[in-house]
Design a protein around this ligand. Structure first.
Ligand code: DC
Length: 228
């Protein structure tokens, strides 16, 4: 066992629809450590830019928005909330408009150069479970635990489609699958910090497992690596 009484980092990477957020949130509660959703940070940058009319091809405009951006995660009355420059934006960062732009902003060098150090700072002062695309490869290459979640595109599309139905969002399975395939391309083929499994990450293919089964597997891996 390593680093038993020190702060530790649990990195969970993978594509949308693999269950990353659900697992990271649940495990953070069980382990009583801080959960950090780095995707929400890229969504905040996207929202801040769009509100100022700055498109992803306006690199200098994005720079200006990044200069004094402030992103905070707070738990209020047991609910995790996201704040952008002092205002709560928990639901505004999940709109279809932000969905359609975020991968483009997340691919920009200046955006990543601003977000990565912020994420490292958060992990310096406390134990965290951080989920995203490049946590085990770029943000915390020395994380004590690295998990890479995978899942077939068809199953991820089905999960997202069902979630949409539950939320009352109208979508067709075919459109959701198309969007999943496009995002896969953008995220795995971008120049900076592409989505890739870290060599030392444990790969879990969740396609044929329930959330409970996957969570048990992740918890077992965590317990093997750190004293929690
Ligand atoms: O996990 P999510 O769908 O909320 O992520 C939103 C976007 O941000 C998605 O396009 C991937 C990108 N992202 C990233 O590039 N690096 C991260 N560490 C987390 C998310």
């Amino acid at each position: 066992m390593e680093n038993s009484k020190e702060n530790f980092i649990i990195a969970i990477d993978g594509e949308a629809g693999t269950g990353k957020s659900t697992h990271a949130k649940n495990l953070a509660k069980k382990l009583n450590i801080t959960y950090i959703d780095t995707g929400a940070m890229y969504r905040c940058v996207t929202l801040a830019c769009l509100e100022k009319g700055v498109e992803p091809d306006n690199y200098d405009g994005v720079d200006t928005v990044l200069k004094d951006i402030k992103i905070e995660f707070k738990r209020e009355d047991g609910i995790d909330k996201v704040f952008l420059n002092g205002s709560e934006v928990t639901s505004q960062i999940r709109t279809p408009r932000v969905d359609s732009y975020v991968a483009k902003f997340a691919a920009l060098k200046n955006v990543r150069e601003k977000m990565t150090p912020l994420q490292r700072e958060m992990g310096k002062v406390q134990s965290v479970i951080m989920e995203g695309r490049d946590i085990g490869t770029v943000v915390f290459p020395n994380a004590q635990v690295k998990i890479y979640l995978d899942c077939s595109e068809e199953e991820r599309a089905m999960r997202r489609y069902k979630q949409n139905l539950e939320k009352g969002i109208n979508s067709s399975y075919e459109d959701v699958l198309k969007n999943i395939k496009e995002r896969h391309k953008l995220e795995t083929q971008r120049e900076i910090a592409p989505l890739v499994k870290a060599e030392d990450a444990v790969l879990i293919d969740t396609t044929n497992y329930t959330l409970e089964e996957t969570e048990d597997m992740i918890m077992k891996i965590i317990k093997e690596k750190i004293d929690v």
